[in-house]
Design a protein around this ligand. Sequence first.
Ligand SMILES: [Cu+2]
Length: 143
Amino acid sequence: MKRLLSVAAVSLLFAACSAAQAGAPAPAAGAGATQVKVTLGDNMKVVLDKDTVSAGKVTFAVQNTGTLKHEVLVLKTDAAPGQIPAGDDPGTVSEKTSVGESDDMDPGTSKTFTLDLAAGNYLLICNEAGHFAAGMHTPFLVK
Ligand SMILES: [Cu+2]
C-alpha cells in the first residue's frame, strides 16, 4: 500500500510538472529570433525580405515557390560569389563555409530553421546542380 501511494505521489508530481509546462506559452520556433523570409524560385534567385540583421538568433522561413527542387545554404564568407571554389559534385560550389542549411526542399514546400549567427558577411545560396552558376545566391550581412 505504501508503495502504491508513493507511485501515485510521483505520478501526481509528474502530472503537475506536465501541467505547468503545458500552461506556459509554447515558445515559437526561434522565439526572440530575427525572422528572415527567404523565397526560392525557378527564376534562379534567392529573394530575402531583409538582407541585414543583428548578430544572434536568426530564423529563416524558407519557401520554395518553384517547380524544381531548391535549397538555401548559409555560407559565412567574405568572398564574392565568383570566388567560391567548386564543390565535389558537378555544378555545385564548396559548402565548406556553410553554417547551416534548409536541405533539399521539394517544390511548393516551406521550411524554417534557426541559426545563431556571428557578425560578418554571408552568402545565401542554392547549391542544387547548376543553380549557383545560374545566379541563385545573394549577399547577407550580420552586424
Ligand atoms: Cu535552386
